[in-house]
Design a protein around this ligand. Sequence first.
Ligand SMILES: Nc1ncnc2c1ncn2[C@@H]1O[C@H](COP(=O)(O)OP(=O)(O)O)[C@@H](O)[C@H]1O
Ligand SMILES: Cc1ncc(COP(=O)(O)O)c(N)n1
Length: 535
Amino acid sequence: MDTARTACDPISGIPNILSIAGSDPSGGAGIQADIKSISATGGYAMAVVTALTAQNTRGVTAVHTPPTDFLRQQLDAIAEDVRIDAVKIGMLGSAAVARCVGAWLDHARPPVVVLDPVMVATSGARLLDDDAVRAVVDLARRASLVTPNIAELAVLVGADPAASWSAALEQGRVLAVRLGTRVLVKGGHLPGERCPDALIPAPQDATGGPDTVVLDGCRVPTENTHGTGCSLSSAIATRFAVTGDWPTAVREAKSWLEGALQGADLLDVGAGSGPVHHFHAGPDPRAHQRFTELAWRDIGELRRNLLELPFLTALMEGDLPATDFAYYLQQDALYLRDYSAVLARAAAMAPAEDEQLFWLSAATSCLQTEAELHRTWLSGKTGIRAGEGDAGPVTRAYCDHLRAVAGRGSYAELVAAVLPCFWLYAAVGDHVQERVQERVQERPQGRPGGHGPSGPHPYAAWIATYADPGFAEATARAKQIADGAHRRASPVERTAMLAAFRWSAAYERDFFDAPRARAAARRAPADLREGAVLA
Ligand SMILES: Nc1ncnc2c1ncn2[C@@H]1O[C@H](COP(=O)(O)OP(=O)(O)O)[C@@H](O)[C@H]1O
Ligand SMILES: Cc1ncc(COP(=O)(O)O)c(N)n1
């Protein structure tokens, strides 16, 4: 089953996640935990019950397993009607149940399967027959990701439980090879201050593919860890259906679970090992707001500063020094090359084909614009002369920021980071066009020492490039994509989106101010001068 990026419903952006697991009537583990986790991390939860346990926070007193025919009927009822974006499998109980679920997977072929090979409850009760391990291994071969705890990992590789993190990693590698699929090794049951997990790639991915990704975490000091494995695997299935990337999905799910563990002691459920607080983040009011509205409001003052920059005023008046204009264009050409690479990364991370195509086409346009800048404005023919030069401090910082988000951020965060270059540039274009028009009407005779409608505006040709309808269209689409990504994002990711947008917006403003800052630095003592750029 696989890795292929999942196609979430492009309208709602909410993936349909099916949990196939046992019932825990105390609500901390099993399907009850799964439904809460899926809902809290942005999915629509469905559940098919494999077994009913009589259970509370202190232990399991009985298990009732309905006939497998009925299990199959539940599974078929869902598959015949609902698009399933990912499946999470938990308690199976018996070999017959494991085989029934395996046969259904072969028939229904859901795109993603996360298997938590539940064997023993946190309370110590057995939740899988001894003779069922073989059937669970067969099922695990059909999974996209298997998430055993330390004890389950040992059973699956036929060894003693690992006593150290390095021994656990080794067993995880053995299991990944044996099953031919990815394995998440979980450090929850090892002693120590840290609580790391590690995503071990499937053997076929490992050749030239990603290496093991270790996700470190703090151990939350709580006894209330009932259902952590169930909650984590459901959250990973959901976040993968949304993001299409395993390391991102595990990172997001783990960070959400850490919050749920931190909030666990706020609940008062039972006398044993209690549940985690699935809804610790509370309902996120931003889920109902458009990212573009939030973000535009957030940078209100910055936008005003930007439009009042001396660079833009001088550009509109026509008295911008040619050297400043040349520096701006030359930095723009350098920026566009990096920006194009970052847009190509957004294309690679995009969850759906139309978004992939959009970013690819934007990346191509950037390279074409860069080539055009060199062919025209920077060719020397226009009287604007610029040498090859290095990226200045603002260009460098802006590109570093974008590359950092592209390297370690989620798709949503990256979309937010690249948006200001579309949107603020378009806003600057509208502003400049509008003001130049106004000036033409105010001063039909022109003014002494300046340009007028009768005299040529030295930057008229450049200002005309702002009116490109294709760019306005692309800006509208980039905003729409950002709103969609925000709708699907977790609360943590929404905060990261806004931060990434804010940084890019600030760099965008500084970019228009860089020629002035550079000219001022050139007048200052030599050691403050930026490395010589212009010819
Ligand atoms: N006290 C804790 N603090 C932080 N994370 C924890 C804690 N206990 C477990 N986890 C995390 O919870 C997840 C489930 O791990 P684990 O307890 O090992 O599995 P299971 O619940 O299947 O026994 C893992 O991501 C693990 O790192
Ligand atoms: C029905 C059911 N399924 C799974 C578990 C495992 O729970 P844990 O995540 O605490 O190991 C459980 N106790 N009950």
